[in-house]
Design a protein around this ligand. Structure first.
Ligand SMILES: [Zn+2]
Length: 252
């Protein structure tokens, strides 16, 4: 069981460890001894092999360093990774670093792709500091979708931006391996995207509904209201579950 991380070093919390019967730490740092540290080193070796060598001048090699000890070489390599990926270079591997590692070397056994960390069309809320802290209960990366769904998301973001000058915020999609997730009943097929409406005005919410139902790959949108938009694709849910986001399902 990869429990939502696949080939990338896993992080976890009391809650996610209970759910998946794992023993992941919420972060790994200098001096830690954990099986996931050996995976982190392999991830860093792979990342290093794919990036220009000048970035690594003076950084100790991790070749043949396969132990489970988070040593100073691991810390140095991690800092280079963090700096290049726009993270705080503190040498501590937590959910933010895991997300960035997923984005650059994560392999989905389902063949899915990761929602881009940032684009001109949308914000991946999972990669923002507020998104990361609001996900602190389980620390899972719900950023994975089919490539067609990612294209659809890009279209939705672009259309919405053209009408509102504002980016949509992407919240939970699926886990890298399609594993069951304690935070959602569905979201296991790579074809579901939650979009936050927190930054939207009522008019913008309506605009998003119009943009979404107009897209040929959008099958269904669940939201608290249809704002008068008449479409069989909209499912109104007054239970409160869909007050803070649009749940968007695609065909492919
Ligand atoms: Zn949803």
């Amino acid at each position: 069981m990869d429990n939502g991380h696949n080939n990338v070093a896993a992080v976890g919390t009391t809650y996610s460890n209970q759910f998946y019967t794992t023993n992941f730490k919420s972060s790994y740092r200098l001096g830690d001894n954990h099986e996931q540290v050996a995976i982190l080193k392999a991830n860093l070796r792979e990342y290093r092999s794919k990036t220009p060598s000048y970035l690594w001048t003076g950084t100790p090699s991790l070749e043949n360093n396969t132990s489970t000890i988070f040593d100073s070489a691991t810390e140095e390599n991690l800092k280079v990774f963090q700096k290049r990926e726009g993270l705080t270079a503190d040498g501590i591997y937590g959910a933010g670093s895991r997300n960035a590692m997923h984005a650059v070397i994560g392999v989905s056994p389902k063949g899915w792709v990761r929602v881009f960390r940032s684009t001109s069309a949308y914000i991946n809320y999972n990669d923002t500091s507020t998104g990361l802290s609001s996900d602190s209960k389980y620390m899972l990366d719900h950023s994975w979708v089919t490539s067609t769904t990612r294209d659809t998301l890009y279209d939705l973001g672009y259309s919405f931006y053209q009408k509102t000058n504002k980016k949509i915020e992407v919240n939970d999609c699926s886990l890298i391996d399609g594993a069951d997730t304690p935070e959602h009943q569905t979201h296991m097929n790579g074809k579901i995207i939650d979009i936050r409406n927190a930054p939207m005005t009522t008019t913008e919410e309506k605009t998003f509904l119009e943009v979404a139902v107009a897209h040929s790959n959008v099958q269904k949108v669940i939201f608290k209201t249809n704002h008068g938009v008449s479409s069989s694709k909209i499912v109104v849910d007054t239970s409160g579950v869909h007050d803070d986001h649009f749940h968007v399902e695609t065909y492919n």
